[in-house]
Write a protein that binds this ligand. Structure first.
Ligand SMILES: [Zn+2]
Length: 241
């Protein structure tokens, strides 16, 4: 139904289009991912100013016509995340966070928890760009998995339910596995298991630290879960240690 749509959104990508326009990939609480065109935004005197750059959180009015591409008619800054955008490490982490959201969640599905999680991650990176660690990126992905209903089983063997002797992780089984069920799994250290459990339970700002080897295993556990259950590959989480 054509008409105006008022929503908040986070700009995830901004692509040049035509002479002076941009096509934006936005993440919104009510519609999930939407694409919109901002006309004339690249002109010096655009009424949008610099507000439609990546990682701005904006209050938008979008006009919805007959095509899938909405038109931005108004944009006000909620948060510009200026510190984040000046720090290479934080910018890179924000880019990978947005990319994971775009790969895991499709168009047009309401995903308020994902929107709020992304807002929390960007706010954290803006308040403290040094928070852009690999552990932080993995914690964000774990919480995305939770929002997608793909949270790995960590309390007992995902194949047989055994609580003792859990020593591996299997993306196909959907979580940790015991020694009897370890076919197709890879070894998961105690520290990696603890990281997965604690990072899922803690706020993003309180993400636990873990040794490099444990983080490598945790990243593999997340990647294999996503590949098996969502058919999606995530970019590597390469951030400050
Ligand atoms: Zn088992």
């Amino acid at each position: 139904m054509p008409g105006p749509l008022k929503t908040e959104g986070i700009v995830l990508r901004s692509l040049r289009y035509g002479e002076a326009d941009r096509i934006l990939h936005l993440y919104t609480p009510d519609r999930g991912r939407v694409s919109a065109i901002a006309k004339g935004v690249r002109r010096a005197r655009s009424r949008f100013g610099g507000r439609l750059e990546p990682f701005f959180r904006v209050a938008l009015v979008l006009y919805e016509g007959r095509s899938d591409l909405l038109t931005v008619t108004s944009a006000e800054t909620v948060t510009g995340h200026a510190r984040l955008r000046e720090d290479a490490g934080a910018l890179d982490a924000a880019g990978r966070a947005g990319d994971a959201v775009l790969r895991l969640f499709g168009d047009g599905e309401p995903q308020a928890p994902v929107f709020h999680l992304l807002c929390a991650e960007l706010a954290l990176l803006d308040a403290d760009p040094a928070a852009a660690t690999r552990a932080n990126q993995l914690a964000f992905r774990l919480k995305l998995l939770l929002a997608a209903g793909l949270s790995p089983q960590l309390g007992s063997c995902a194949s047989c339910g055994e609580r003792e002797g859990v020593a591996g992780f299997s993306g196909a089984a959907g979580g940790v596995v015991c020694t009897a069920c370890e076919a197709g799994s890879f070894a998961l250290d105690e520290a990696a298991h603890a990281f997965l459990v604690e990072a899922l339970g803690a706020p993003l700002a309180a993400t636990p630290a873990a040794p490099e080897r444990a983080l490598r295993q945790a990243e593999r556990a997340i990647a294999e879960t996503v590949e098996h259950h969502a058919g999606v590959r995530l970019r590597a989480a390469t951030a400050r240690a």
